[in-house]
Design a protein around this ligand. Sequence first.
Ligand code: ATP
Ligand code: MG
Length: 213
Amino acid sequence: MLPDFASEYLDRLGIPSLRPAQEKAVAAGLLDGVSVLVCSPTASGKTLIAELAFLRSLKEKKMAVYVVPLKALASEKLRQFSSRNTFSVGIAVGDLDERDSNLGQYDVLVATAEKLDSLLRHHAPWTSRIGVVVVDEIHLLNDPSRGPTLEILLTMLRRLVRPQLVGLSATIGNPEELSEWLGATLVTDDWRPVRLDKGVLVDGQVRFPDKPF
Ligand SMILES: Nc1ncnc2c1ncn2[C@@H]1O[C@H](COP(=O)(O)OP(=O)(O)OP(=O)(O)O)[C@@H](O)[C@H]1O
Ligand SMILES: [Mg+2]
């Protein structure tokens, strides 16, 4: 059973029921502040898991931060979260930002890892208001160029802010190890909205192993 604040939100979006990964995340304690690492296929509904975490932080009068790996993704998420008409949403990507001291006024701040790292290092006073940090595409911890920034950011956050952490990814090679490092409960699910077929391209035609040529 979902708490009222969550079911009212789903009603407003016209979502009749949770998908499997979403149900498992709620069962793991997402709405009670438990940190989770969610590993589920593409388009399985991980964004809504982030939004449910935002609702909880809003209820606790805290702010949520949604960490994205690319600036381009930040503006897409800003639009998407703003369109819910539920949260005030700000963006922090480095250039064109408002003054850092104003960024604490939002319910949800969409930020790149680099910018959040810099805000923490400059002791932006509002960082103590952060209740939840969602890291989308968290498998990028493994990326040679972006991984180190994200790893240091997560380490700083856990030491300085101690937020609820919500990691999201469709492709994690070592989910158990990563969830242990994050101090998060692992939530995995294989349900996908579109079937995935594996095939081989031969002479311009796709062949499937179950239909031998
Ligand atoms: N419970 C639900 N019922 C119906 N539709 C849903 C539900 N949850 C999410 N969706 C829809 O499913 C689509 C894909 O969701 P989403 O973008 O969150 O996927 P994702 O898991 O983040 O995928 P990716 O790994 O590619 O980022 C969206 O259009 C979203 O509105
Ligand atoms: Mg996604």
